[in-house]
Design a protein around this ligand. Structure first.
Ligand code: RIB
Ligand code: CA
Length: 313
């Protein structure tokens, strides 16, 4: 089977970085057409810097990286330096990127690529707020039907929220964009906190990254050393949750995950629950299913895959 063509839309972020490394280390399964950056964990100038740092860490300086939207559709930008550090990639000491940003806006790259590639042959993989994706859909409605699938990290149901009691960060930052995407009709696979909080980088797992003794393996271990402190303190968890790499791992081996095809809608009215993914897990409404909402993961299998692929870089 030919590799799956994807565009990664991202706000690096240490976990985004690991997701990108996993994708770039898996050319048999994944062809990364390009990386589009969005404001999220840190402002756009840093997310678009960090994405290039990660591509160079992977030894792939030819990947096309675009800067996109620098703020949500209708709200002030909320960032997460408290989790990811001032640079968004705190932990390892990595050099500034030498590869350039591509000319042109990420939204136009998404539109142009979906128009140029055969319909149904490109998967969008958002790892941050959905501002770029929603903006592309609004600007060029004809591309919506051309998207093969959207596999995204965002939301939560049984886990609640991580930035408010009810909302997960990616959805909370731009709930209007999320609403556009979840109502678009594009087949959705959602990796919510319900599953990513089961993908914890325990010490043995992080030691395995470090033991690779490669620049990528050591950098990932150092990112985790930094990134885990927030979740360990807040949740008392046994390591950092690797949210975004769940998206990439799904593309490589979907059998690592279990979930339900259900209706998921986004709260865009109440400030109390703004950005909540209202997941009809128990199918108590007649609202049509629009998302494969994941809840389970083979965590050992996930980390075995991740470690094996990082070793290739
Ligand atoms: O809530 C976790 C998500 O928000 C992850 O994608 C993390 O990188 C941040 O973007
Ligand atoms: Ca992210």
């Amino acid at each position: 089977m030919p590799p799956r063509k994807i565009i990664i839309d991202t706000d690096p972020g240490q976990d985004d970085a690991v997701a990108i490394l996993l994708a770039l280390a898996s050319p048999e399964e994944i062809e990364v057409l390009g990386i589009t950056c969005v404001a999220g964990n840190v402002p756009l100038d840093l997310t678009s810097r960090n994405a290039r740092i990660v591509c160079e860490l992977a030894g792939k300086p030819d990947v096309k990286v675009f800067a996109g939207c620098d703020r949500p559709l209708g709200r002030d930008l909320v960032t997460a330096e408290h989790v990811h550090g001032k640079t968004g990639l705190d932990g390892p000491d990595l050099p500034d990127p030498s590869m350039p940003l591509q000319d042109g806006h990420a939204v136009d790259y998404i539109i142009d690529t979906l128009r140029a590639e055969p319909a149904g042959s490109v998967t969008l993989c958002p790892l941050g707020p959905l501002t770029n994706i929603a903006t592309a859909f609004e600007k060029a409605p004809d591309i919506v039907a051309k998207v093969q699938e959207i596999v995204l990290m965002g939301g939560g149901y049984f886990e609640g929220g991580n930035i408010t009691p009810t909302a997960e960060f990616n959805i909370y930052v731009d709930p209007q964009a999320a609403d556009i995407v979840f109502r678009s009709g594009v087949p959705l696979v959602v990796m919510p906190l319900d599953v990513t909080h089961k993908a914890l980088v325990t010490k043995p797992r992080n030691d395995a990254f470090r033991a690779l003794n490669t620049p990528a393996g050591i950098a990932v271990a150092q990112m985790t050393d930094f990134f885990e402190r927030f979740d360990k303190e807040k949740y008392g968890s046994n390591g950092a949750p690797l949210h975004d790499p769940c998206v990439t791992a799904y593309l490589i081996n979907p059998d690592l995950f279990t979930g339900r095809h259900i209706n998921v809608e986004i709260e865009v009215t109440s400030e109390l629950t703004m950005g909540m993914t209202v997941a009809d897990w128990w199918r108590v409404t007649d609202r049509a299913p629009n998302a494969m909402f994941m809840g389970g993961i083979d965590a050992d299998g996930f980390f075995a895959l991740l470690t094996e692929r990082l070793a290739r870089l």
